[in-house]
Design a protein around this ligand. Structure first.
Ligand code: DAH
Length: 353
């Protein structure tokens, strides 16, 4: 019996030597420690032994069983460790491999230009005032001295959001220009509001929308920057001086400019400002339509009715205003010949800035 048990243990341990993975380990356990294994057979046969032999044989069988269990536990640890090492080796990262190229983002040229304009205006004392994109007909037109049926409405074809009111008086529109922000700023800063006393100098940037045929020259949305100054002693001389200085910082000290009389309902008198054509240097070419000049902005002294609508007494206060389309300036600066590039989102165009 003793010999037999030694043999059983020796065979089992020898077999365990060659076990390499968890599958084989499980098989080994069933064969050598399972119900029908040799050691278990010894336990089953104890009953047929004599009273004297039984405890000795039982004890020896127990020792073998425990030895096998201990060997199994050790081997299990080894196999698991080996499996872990193997998977670590297989999944090792090569940190010296080159990474995936990561493209650098940048500002959209229109955004960068807008910031440049606002930076120049801020340097001249203009505070940025953000107004809304969705406006009422009242703010977009009427308070700016453009009554219903006024011909100036035709200058700016309008996106009406709700036009169920027949005469358009209370319709909602996408702003066709940043000028309605003038009224909002004036009302917020008016003398009636002790928190924000005049004088005011604000710059109003934002997208404007026009119901227009899209061509290389005109888009249905573009940025404008509006400027407004209101105070007790503001004159047309202030307007000219401010805009000339702005334009020189924007287009360079050597550029030449001129003012031309024009008409806008919300200013009186009104003017347009031109820069000398960059293409021909003023001689006349197709870009400037042979005039030698390119228009850059509209401006004027704030109309008394508009001052009044903003909460200022026109007998005491005066002001000047100006408005410019900003993509157009970029087109002049970088000689871009198609305004549709700006919102076409072609990365090849945008990456050039
Ligand atoms: N709002 C005008 C437009 O969109 C531009 C403009 C002209 C604004 C004269 C002004 C101004 O503030 O004084 O065409």
């Amino acid at each position: 019996m003793q010999e037999n048990l030694k043999e059983i243990e020796k065979n089992a341990l020898a077999e365990l030597e060659s076990v390499q993975d968890e599958g084989a380990l499980d098989k080994w356990r069933v064969t050598h420690l399972g119900r029908s294994s040799a050691v278990m057979q010894v336990f089953a046969g104890l009953g047929s032994l004599s009273k004297e032999e039984r405890p000795v044989a039982g004890q020896q069988a127990n020792q073998v069983k425990q030895a096998l269990e201990k060997a199994l536990a050790e081997k299990t640890g080894e196999v698991k460790q080996a499996a872990l090492q193997q998977s670590l080796a297989a999944e090792r990262l090569d940190v010296t491999l080159p990474g995936r190229p990561c493209r650098r983002g940048r500002l959209h040229p229109a955004t960068a230009n807008l910031r440049r304009i606002l930076g120049i205006l801020a340097g001249m004392g203009f505070q940025v005032y953000t107004s809304r994109d969705v406006e009422s007909d009242e703010y977009n037109f009427q308070l700016l001295n453009i009554p219903p049926h006024h011909p100036a409405r035709e200058m700016q074809d309008t996106f009406y959001i709700d036009s169920h009111v027949e005469d358009g008086t209370y319709a909602t529109v996408l702003r066709t220009h940043t000028s309605p922000g003038q009224i909002r700023a004036m009302r917020e800063f008016s003398s009636a509001n002790p928190q924000n006393p005049p004088p005011i100098r604000v710059a109003l940037p934002g997208m404007v929308y026009r119901f227009e045929q899209i061509t290389f020259r005109s888009e249905m949305q573009f940025y404008q920057v509006e400027g407004l100054a209101v105070g007790e002693t503001i004159t047309f001389g202030d307007l000219k001086g401010t805009l000339l200085e702005f334009a020189r910082r924007m287009f360079g000290r050597e550029a030449r400019f001129r003012f031309r009389a024009d008409h806008f309902p919300f200013t009186e008198p009104s003017a347009e400002m031109d820069v000398e054509c960059y293409v021909c240097g003023g001689k006349g070419c197709p870009v400037c339509k042979k005039s030698g000049w390119l228009e850059i902005l509209g401006c004027g002294m704030v109309h008394p009715a508009v001052l009044e609508n903003g909460g200022y007494d026109p007998r005491r206060f005066s002001g000047f205003a100006f408005g410019m389309g900003t993509e157009r300036q970029l087109m002049l600066r970088y000689k871009i010949n198609d305004i549709r590039h700006f919102w076409g989102n072609d990365i090849r165009f945008l990456e050039q800035f």
